[in-house]
Design a protein around this ligand. Structure first.
Ligand SMILES: Cc1ncc(COP(=O)(O)O)c(C=O)c1O
Length: 381
């Protein structure tokens, strides 16, 4: 049976070119970058080259990039690290549709006495800017917002958000884990203070991430120890992860336009076909072509349970997600679906389809057929 992977928002396979590029760092170039002998110094240089590639890809300076173990760690680092340096500021603003990495970091801080405000979103998942304007005050430590939503694909109006933050001299952290490789952004232009990236979402190795910290901002390390990452993140570096991430970022930036075109064709074609067959399904998030990730479709079906459809599709070699990959298998609607106030009858069945650079438009017929078969079996038809 031919298998179809349609869960690129959960993770991507490593790009063959990246794999080839990092292979020596798993074998011959194994030396500890903190050692002082020749090959170790070469490895240190390779890490800094990777830092530069990431900085170049987002319009930052290399000194503003710190490597971490992934998106979750970067988010923890940005929020807790900045909070630790500014104990006098006890309010944080975020949205109701953040990734669990942000929400649970903030729940942790709530237990420590912080007041967290969760912004409402509209039916498309766009944050309420008026509410942000009214909540932000001199006690606000930071605003933390997800750029492209992992569950519903909505892309936020970051420039409007950053303008409000600037007006109030409040720092802005952007979770750009799903945005990088989809949106051609620049940290100076967006005017953000912290920005999170995760390598495995753009064809780099797993276990590597980065946090952009605007020059001049003070942030406490999350992990204390040696002087790695100029004292910002201790521990012997994940050499091949970091080097692979830089190369993956370089390729993602270089090929962004062509990938985006490819994703958009897939998105439009799939959407047209599936809505022809399933007349009463709803697209969650923003419409295709306007503030929506190009590789992303999220549908709500009626009279079917999401986890059951997910299972039927999986049995047929179609790999998608129900809502969010992290909450797969759960029948209760995700916090994102609740926040967009999807009608009750649609809430139990949300299926997320995310394309990648290896997805093919000619597979759509077969994929849709397997959707039809799965739904027939579930309805006993
Ligand atoms: C929007 C978003 N933020 C953060 C994360 C966490 O990233 P990581 O898996 O690298 O820890 C994810 C992962 O799914 C995500 O989609």
């Amino acid at each position: 049976m031919k298998e179809f992977y349609l869960d690129y928002a959960a993770t991507t396979p490593i790009d063959e070119r990246v794999l080839k590029y990092v292979e020596p760092y798993l074998t011959t170039h194994f030396h500890n970058p903190s050692s002082l002998h020749t090959h170790a110094i070469e490895n240190k240089k390779a890490i800094n080259d990777s830092r530069k590639k990431i900085a170049d890809a987002i319009g930052a300076h290399p000194e503003e990039i710190f490597f971490t173990s992934g998106g979750t760690e970067s988010i923890n680092f940005a929020i807790k690290g900045y909070a630790d340096k500014h104990p006098e500021l006890k309010e944080i603003i975020t949205s109701k549709i953040e990734h669990k990495a942000t929400l649970n970091t903030l729940h942790f801080l709530e237990k420590k006495g912080y007041v967290v405000h969760y912004l409402d979103v509209d039916a498309f998942g766009l944050v309420d800017l008026k509410q942000l304007n009214s909540l932000i005050n001199e006690q606000t430590l930071m605003v933390s917002i997800i750029y492209a939503n992992n569950e519903i694909g909505t892309i936020q109006d970051v420039k409007s958000i950053s303008k409000i933050c600037r007006k109030h001299k409040t720092k802005l952290h952007l979770d750009a884990v799903q945005a990088f490789g989809q949106i051609d952004f620049d940290v100076q232009d967006l005017d953000v203070d912290f920005l999170t990236l995760s390598s495995h979402k753009f064809y780099g190795p797993k276990g590597a991430g980065a946090l952009y910290v605007k020059k001049g901002l003070d942030i406490e390390p999350l992990i204390h120890g040696g002087s790695h990452e100029s004292g910002h993140r201790a521990g012997t570096e994940n050499l091949y992860g970091i080097i692979g991430m830089g190369e993956a970022a370089r390729i993602a930036k270089l090929e962004l336009e062509q990938n985006r075109e490819h994703y958009h064709k897939l998105q439009i074609d799939f959407h047209q076909r599936i809505t022809k067959v399933f007349k009463d399904i709803k697209l969650n998030g923003t419409p295709c072509g306007s503030n929506r990730s190009y590789n992303h479709l999220s549908y709500a079906f009626k009279d079917i349970l999401g986890y059951q459809l997910h299972f039927q599709l999986s049995k047929r070699g179609i790999y998608v997600a129900t809502g969010s990959a992290c909450s797969s298998g759960s029948i209760t609607p995700s916090h994102v679906i609740e926040a967009i106030k999807l009608e009750d009858e649609y809430q139990p069945c949300v299926i997320r389809i995310t394309f990648g650079k290896y997805s093919k438009i000619e597979d759509h017929d077969e994929i849709i057929n397997r959707f039809i078969e799965s739904c027939h079996e579930l309805k006993g038809e």
